[in-house]
Design a protein around this ligand. Structure first.
Ligand SMILES: [Zn+2]
Length: 361
């Protein structure tokens, strides 16, 4: 039997085939172990059972990658490295890497971190939920705020609600909208569990629905009071009233960078762009409102930082200053989808619809 390289298969979704586990094109017998790289050997039987828990809990709606199942079995945070590109920059420094894992654990068990898992008929199944789900939500927060502990402390100073649904029916029954949302009335992110694991089937992470919805939640968060308020299209730390977390350079860069995006967009909207004029970094979708703008760009900051920074250094710099990090260090190459799709939207010959974003002053 050929040796499976764990790093090549951790992003695949194992299948049950008869009494065996199919992963990376091989059938593994339940009596054996799977060599999971740094994490070590893990019983195949236990991985199969971990997968079956999702199957039963979500009625087949959520089938996470091998990496999440290995975490569920072992509790070893290294199993989740694949989900958080920031770890690429921490690998040379064991203490920093451990600090990231500690941050996931800290956030996931913080009293202000109110994550609940809801099944059909609004049944709360948080207790029955495998641990990777909490670690995925906490891990995204740990990644965004790894270098801004002051902002995450402020954010969690009051309960923050993350509602994760076992499947589409559960999501719909609790008022979920579109592919996920920030619910203003519930003050909660609403997202199907399967979407937490979406975008992780390639060799590098792709679309990140949770990061997008987190952008909406952060926009509604008011750092000065610790409560939730209206959408203004900015992140905590970008307003002078945010007190100790206010980051003036981030605000200045955001204003300049957003203005540049708007100017580029308007040129395409009116058909005035010349053949080699730069296109906006964001898809026309993010120009429909200030809320979509901030949510879309937060996601792109963590997924296509190289293109983002090259096209609009000021807007990129706003996020880098605010979050004290530069994701280009984690990504030798961008997740290409957002780059190619967004460019196509402007260069395909059709004029984008009117923009509705505003520039803070
Ligand atoms: Zn949105």
């Amino acid at each position: 039997m050929t040796q499976l390289n764990y790093d090549d298969i951790r992003n695949s979704r194992p299948d049950l085939v008869g009494q065996a586990l199919q992963v990376g094109g091989q059938l593994l017998q339940p009596q054996g172990n799977l060599d999971c790289g740094e994490v070590g050997p893990v019983p195949v039987q236990a991985i199969m059972e971990a997968g079956q828990r999702y199957q039963a809990l979500t009625k087949g709606s959520c089938a996470p990658q091998l990496a999440a199942l290995v975490f569920d079995v072992t509790g070893d945070f290294r199993a989740l490295d694949f989900y958080f590109p920031i770890v690429n920059s921490l690998k040379h420094d064991e203490a920093a890497r451990q600090d990231f894992y500690n941050a996931i654990h800290y956030i996931g068990s913080h009293p202000g971190f109110d994550m609940r898992v809801i099944a059909e008929h609004r049944q709360d199944v948080t207790e029955q939920t495998p641990p990777a789900v909490r670690a995925m939500v906490g891990g995204h927060l740990a990644e965004v705020f790894f270098y801004r502990r002051d902002i995450i402390e402020r954010l969690l100073s009051q309960p923050r609600h993350f509602l994760i649904y076992t499947n589409r029916a559960a999501f719909d029954q609790d008022g979920g909208l579109a592919g996920g949302d920030y619910n203003f009335g519930l003050e909660a992110i609403q997202l199907e569990m399967s979407r937490l694991f979406e975008g992780y089937s390639g060799q590098t992470p792709g679309v990140a629905p949770f990061l997008h919805e987190l952008g909406h939640m952060l926009d509604h968060f008011e750092a000065e009071t610790g409560g939730m308020g209206r959408c203004e299209g900015i992140l905590p730390g970008m307003a002078s009233r945010d007190g100790p977390v206010f980051t003036p350079q981030a605000r200045q860069l955001f204003i300049a960078g957003k203005r540049l995006e708007q100017q580029r967009y308007i040129a395409y909207q009116h058909g005035q762009a010349k053949p080699n004029d730069p296109v906006p970094v964001g898809h026309p979708y993010v120009f429909q409102s200030d809320g979509e703008f901030i949510a879309g760009f937060l996601e792109m900051f963590f997924r296509n930082p190289n293109y983002f920074a090259a096209q609009n250094p000021q807007l990129y710099g706003a996020f880098a200053e605010l979050l004290h990090q530069d994701p280009r260090r984690y990504w030798p190459e961008d997740f290409p989808f957002y780059v190619t799709e967004n460019r196509k939207a402007y260069l395909g010959g059709q004029r984008p619809s009117p923009q509705h974003i505003s520039i803070p002053y």
